[in-house]
Design a protein around this ligand. Structure first.
Ligand SMILES: [Zn+2]
Ligand SMILES: [Zn+2]
Length: 223
């Protein structure tokens, strides 16, 4: 096991530093993960560019990243669901497991959720990261670690399509073709939607600007 823990630490707006941190020791119900893949979420970009998202303000150094997968390096003493070497996807929001929301299965609404890379909690864009063992999901052999890291944003699309009641033959409108719009599109297709329309003004705007600039300078490849 390497003994460095290079981590992407955000100190404040536009102040991201690569820092060697101590390798954390997992608690009894946690696992230590050797991180494999970490997606860059819009929220990470927002913390970097603005130092905040709404009421969540970066006030102390924080490791970024939460869309991630890794390999179990060490298990806490109570952990029974995982063993070293297991490849896992991480569910980044760990709830209290005690409140009414948690007890009724709506644990995404838990007011005490500890969410990776949401101040003041560190994220997973580092070499070694510890996480609650029951919020790590073992990947089947045919699912890559890259795919494992994308499960968190994909779950947003699954949740959105379930909320919208998408089923065989549905007509679906997705507003926005960013990563979440695209995973919603994939999910709607997988759930049997027959027609899916996606709107996106940002890309269209930029594409048309690029197109007209090329036309104006006379080197467009497009006819
Ligand atoms: Zn995200
Ligand atoms: Zn709770």
């Amino acid at each position: 096991m390497a003994n460095d823990n290079l981590s992407a630490v955000l100190y404040a707006k536009n102040d991201l530093r690569m820092e060697n941190r101590l390798i954390p020791e997992p608690g009894p119900n946690e696992v230590l993960l050797h991180m494999s893949c970490v997606g860059i979420c819009g929220s990470d970009v927002s913390y970097l560019k603005r130092g905040a998202i709404g009421d969540f303000i970066v006030k102390a150094p924080m490791v970024l990243g939460h869309e991630s997968s890794g390999v179990v390096a060490k298990c806490g003493s109570n952990v029974k669901n995982l063993k070293p070497g297991d490849r896992v996807a991480i569910e980044p929001g760990v709830p209290c497991r005690m409140c009414n929301f948690c007890k009724s299965g709506k644990y995404n609404l838990c007011p005490d959720v500890v969410f990776c890379a949401t101040p003041p909690y560190d994220g997973s864009l580092c070499r070694y990261y510890k996480h609650a063992a029951d919020f790590c999901f073992k990947l089947p052999d045919h699912v890559s670690l890259e795919e494992g890291a994308i499960l968190e944003p994909l779950s947003v699309g699954v949740h959105a399509c379930r909320r919208a009641g998408v089923t065989m033959g549905s007509n679906v409108l997705v507003l926005g073709a960013g990563p979440i719009g695209l995973v919603s599109l994939l999910t709607a297709k997988a759930m049997g939607a027959s027609q899916i329309c996606v709107t996106e003004m940002f890309t269209l705007h930029h594409v048309s600007k690029w197109f007209w600039k090329k036309r104006a300078t006379g080197n467009s490849h497009t006819s």
